[in-house]
Design a protein around this ligand. Structure first.
Ligand SMILES: [Zn+2]
Length: 106
């Protein structure tokens, strides 16, 4: 009897070096010895969560950069500036709100 396993709830932290298990390892970010890690894990869960949140903020910063480029090109091509800027502000605010919510999530 086997059914496909759903991805574990910590799946998104795997790329930061975290996986749960029965070993004690030293986290390469905070330097603490942490129990409950996989044999190959190099990052404790709190550090992996922080790295994940920081990644979301980097994504928001990239979105802002894209919005700035869009505004610049709107200025150069003399599109209706008010419309272009309103879109840029809306997109930037949304990206920041999402990133901040992720970074502050418990
Ligand atoms: Zn750590």
């Amino acid at each position: 009897m086997s059914s496909p396993m759903p991805p574990p709830e910590w799946e998104h932290l795997k790329c930061y070096g975290y996986a749960p298990g029965g070993y004690v390892s030293r986290c390469c970010h905070c330097g603490k010895h942490v129990a409950g890690l996989d044999k190959l894990a190099i990052t404790c869960r709190p550090c992996a969560e922080k790295l994940n949140a920081r990644g979301a903020l980097t994504g928001a910063a990239n979105d802002l950069l894209a919005a700035a480029k869009q505004a610049r090109s709107a200025l150069l091509t003399k599109w209706p500036i008010e419309v272009a800027l309103a879109n840029v502000y809306r997109d930037a605010l949304r990206a920041l709100d999402e990133a901040i919510a992720k970074a502050e999530a418990p």
